[in-house]
Design a protein around this ligand. Structure first.
Ligand SMILES: Nc1ncnc2c1ncn2[C@@H]1O[C@H](COP(=O)(O)OP(=O)(O)OP(=O)(O)O)[C@@H](O)[C@H]1O
Ligand SMILES: [Mg+2]
Length: 402
């Protein structure tokens, strides 16, 4: 007879089945086992009726489900710790039909998956605690900046208060002399011959230094008024600097005003060695959280000033490019090597002596600029100086509708 060769005798294939890693159990119908390969037989004890014992491992309803739906699948956990993925296939046909049950050892995968799940859980916990730590860091970074700021502000306020105080001392002396002089004039007016008193009055006037007081007193008053105004301005700047910290919403703000109040706050740190240049462009109002940006500006100014050893220049420039604005801080300080440059945004990275830098300034600044959907670009040449450019969108994207 020509045509296809006859199908091989299925039983003749048993050696092949026995080579397979997966276990196979063949049944007539769904519950009369007729053959199991070597791998399947490892699931049951030697001394049992192995085929029936294999079938007995399956849940009671598995046969019925396979008969109804064509297949059933589930996991099988053996007492010895092995885990099998079981699939039960049923095919209706002549007579009772046929079934094949396959057993796949997934113990390794299962253990790995359990291990992965455990690690995943650990990672999730670490993530939560990291988020908490980050928040604490941010707060401690802010505390550090606030400490630095408070020291600077205290100095700035102390200075005018110092000379207003000393001026008040001089004014008290002047008032004392003036009252003394007025009393002498009063006495003279009440005397029978006031003109006879003139030489004495002249003498008192000289001793009181009346001519000097007349010139100096208005100057002292003007100087003191200036001092008080300076203190008022610092307090106003301080309020402006920190106000929006309590307000997390976006507001249109004038970045130049933010820069100026920040400069005033850190001026004490800069004034002895920094020549500050401003190249301000025309900026539109920028939607931002200004107190946060002020903190970035402060970190930039402090870093630039700290990079300047004796005297140097910090140039602050601003400008617009399309829908973005930029603020740039360029200094003639020490500059940075490539190695330092690659690490500067890492939390706690600092090249400053222990106790003088926390290494948080730039990482906090980076976070703030990122939350504004902006970026920080840095260029630096050792021995020449550094340039930090902050670019921000002038408007923040609308929050997604909920
Ligand atoms: N303008 C700059 N010129 C030179 N090096 C800089 C400049 N800005 C930053 N750096 C380098 O980057 C490092 C990290 O800066 P960052 O502001 O994060 O921390 P810090 O200034 O060391 O400490 P902190 O800001 O907490 O006082 C600095 O230690 C310094 O080496
Ligand atoms: Mg810093």
């Amino acid at each position: 007879m020509e045509g296809r060769p006859p199908p091989p005798n299925v039983w003749a294939l048993r050696p092949l089945f026995d080579m397979m890693d997966d276990g196979y159990l063949l049944c007539e119908g769904s519950d009369r086992p007729i053959y199991a390969n070597a791998s399947a037989l490892t699931l049951v004890p030697d001394d049992s009726d192995p085929l029936c014992a294999l079938l007995a491992l399956l849940p009671p309803d598995s046969c019925a489900v396979a008969q109804r739906d064509g297949s059933w699948s589930g996991d099988l956990n053996l007492d010895d710790g092995r885990i099998f993925q079981v699939r039960f296939y049923f095919r209706a046909g002549e007579g009772m039909g046929m079934s094949v049950v396959t057993f796949r050892d997934v113990s390794d995968g299962y253990v790995r998956q359990k291990e992965l799940e455990r690690r995943n859980g650990q990672l999730r916990q670490t993530l939560v605690s990291l988020a908490g730590t980050q928040e604490q860091l941010l707060r401690s970074g802010q505390m550090a900046s606030i400490g630095q700021l408070a020291a600077g502000v205290a100095h700035e306020i102390n200075n005018p208060i110092g000379y207003v105080h000393s001026n008040l001392g001089s004014l008290q002396e002047y008032l004392h002399s003036l009252f003394h002089l007025i009393e002498a004039y009063e006495r003279a007016l009440r005397a029978p011959d006031p003109l006879a008193m003139l030489p004495e009055l002249e003498d008192i006037r000289k001793r009181c230094d009346f001519d000097f007081i007349r010139v100096d007193l208005p100057q002292l008053m003007a100087e003191s008024r200036q001092g008080i105004e300076r203190v008022t301005q610092i307090v106003r700047n301080l309020k402006e600097f920190s106000y929006a910290g309590r307000d997390q919403s976006w507001r249109s703000a004038d970045l130049h005003a933010g820069l100026e109040s920040t400069i005033n706050i850190v001026w004490n740190e800069l004034k002895y060695k920094v020549n500050l240049e401003r190249h301000y462009g025309k900026l539109p109002p920028v939607q931002c959280r200004l107190s946060e940006l002020n903190q970035v500006f402060m970190n930039m100014l402090l870093n630039a000033s700290q990079a300047i050893v004796e005297r140097g220049t910090i140039t602050i420039s601003t400008g617009v490019e399309g829908n973005e604005v930029w603020v740039q801080f360029q200094d003639t300080g020490s500059g940075m090597s490539d190695e330092v440059l690659t690490n500067i945004f890492d939390p706690f990275f600092t090249t400053k002596p222990v106790g003088s830098g926390t290494g948080l300034g730039l990482s906090i600044s980076y976070g703030i600029v990122k939350s504004h959907k902006g970026r920080i670009d840095v260029r630096s040449t050792p021995g020449i100086g550094s340039c930090f450019r902050i670019t921000l969108p002038s408007r923040q994207p609308e929050p997604a509708a909920t």
